[in-house]
Design a protein around this ligand. Sequence first.
Ligand SMILES: NC(=O)c1ccc[n+]([C@@H]2O[C@H](COP(=O)([O-])OP(=O)(O)OC[C@H]3O[C@@H](n4cnc5c(N)ncnc54)[C@H](O)[C@@H]3O)[C@@H](O)[C@H]2O)c1
Ligand SMILES: [Zn+2]
Ligand SMILES: [Zn+2]
Length: 390
Amino acid sequence: MEHNSIARPIRCKAAVCKAAGEPLEMEEVEVAPPRAHEVRVKIVCTSLCHTDITFWRMKDGPSMFPCILGHEAVGVVESVGEQVQEVAVGDTVVPVFLAQCGECADCLSPRSNLCSALPYRPGMPRDGTTRFSLAASGEPVHNFLSVSSFAEYTVVDVAHVVRLGGDALPPEQACLLGCGRVHWVGAAWKVAAVEPDSTVAVFGLGAVGLAVAQGSKMRGATRIIGVDVNPDKFEIGKKLGVTEFVNPNDIGEQTVSEVIKEMTGGAGADYCFECIGSVSVMAEAFKSSRIGWGKTVVLGVDGSAAPISIPSFDIMRGRSVVGSYFGGIKPKDDIPVLANKCLHKELELDEFITHRMGFDDINRAFDLLAQVQCLRCIIWMDGAEQKAGA
Ligand SMILES: NC(=O)c1ccc[n+]([C@@H]2O[C@H](COP(=O)([O-])OP(=O)(O)OC[C@H]3O[C@@H](n4cnc5c(N)ncnc54)[C@H](O)[C@@H]3O)[C@@H](O)[C@H]2O)c1
Ligand SMILES: [Zn+2]
Ligand SMILES: [Zn+2]
C-alpha cells in the first residue's frame, strides 16, 4: 500500500473556476500527496449537478476562487495517507460530499445521516487546507464540497469515500451514485418509506423530482402525480414512473391541492414531495396530503430560508412534514446497497444519462444542464473512453 511517505505530488489537468460565472479554464495543477486519513483518487468520470452551477454562479456566496468544482464522480485510489485502512490502492471509490466518520453520535444512530464529527467546512474536512495549487505559479486552488472532481486527480478524506466492492458497476452508473439521483431516490426510500399501492404527488419534475418519482415507483406506489409548470416534463416523467400530470397554469381558478384532492376521491395524496424550493408550494403540497397519515417531504431549498405557513389543526389531524437532506442516505452504508440494486436492474440510472463528453468540453456541460432534456452529462476524463451516443 502506497503511503504518503512515498507518494509524490502529481501534475495533471484540472478545470479551474477562477471567478463566479466565468468559463472554467483547463490548467496544469499540482496535487499534493494525501495526508493522514486522506486518499488520492484518479477520477475516471464525473458529472455536473445543479449544485455545481449554483456555487459557480454565486458571486457573494461561500465559494472561494480559484477553485475546482465537481462532486459527482467515480475513481480509483492512487495512493493513501497514514491511518487509512478502509481502502487500498486500486480500489474503485465514489467520493461523496457528505462525511460518514462512523463514530460520532449521528453516524451511530439510524436516525441521522449528518455526521457531526466532520460537518461541512470549506477546504479539507480535518484542517481546512487544500491539496491543489497551480503548477505554473504555486497559487493555491481551493477545493469544493470535499470532493473537487473536475480534475484528473483529487485528494479526498477517507470519511468521504465509499468503496464499491463486488461485481463492477459500469463507471457511468457508479458516478451517478455520488450525488444527484440516488440521494433523491432515498427521499422516497428512506425518509418517506413510501408504502406499496400508495398515491404520491411530486411537486417539480426537475432532476430531483424525477428521482423521487422513480424512488416512489421502486417502493411500489401505484399513482404518481407529477406537478410542473413545464408540460415537457410529463414526457420524461412518464419514463420514470409519473402516471398523471397537473400543470398549475391549466387549472383555472382551482388550486393544485383542490385538483389533487379531486383526483384522489377527496382524500389527498399519501405522500407529497416538494422538489422546487418554494415555501408557497411547500404549503400547497401539505394541503394536498391526506388527513390521518399524509406525509409531506421537503427537498427543495428556499434560498431565504423563509418559514412555511401550515395550519396547526391540520398537523393535529395526522399530517406531518419532514425534510430530506441527501435523501437520508448514509453514504457508506447505503450507496453499496443502491449499487447492488443498479447491478440487478432494480434501480434505473441509464435513463438519467442524456449526454456524454470528454473532459476538454466540460464548459459545454454547463450550457447543457440548463436545457429541459439534459438530466446528466457524463464527463469522461480520458476522452478516448468517451462512449458514442447522445
Ligand atoms: N434536499 C436535498 O438533498 C437537495 C439536493 C439537491 C437539490 N435540492 C433542491 O431541490 C430543488 C429542485 O432541484 P432540481 O435540480 O430538480 O431543479 P430544477 O430547476 O431542475 O427543477 C425544478 C422544477 O420545478 C418546476 N417548477 C418551478 N416552479 C414551479 C411551480 N411554482 N409549480 C410547479 N412546478 C414548478 C420547474 O419547471 C422544474 O421542472 C432545488 O431547490 C434544489 O436546491 C435539494
Ligand atoms: Zn450534487
Ligand atoms: Zn460521524
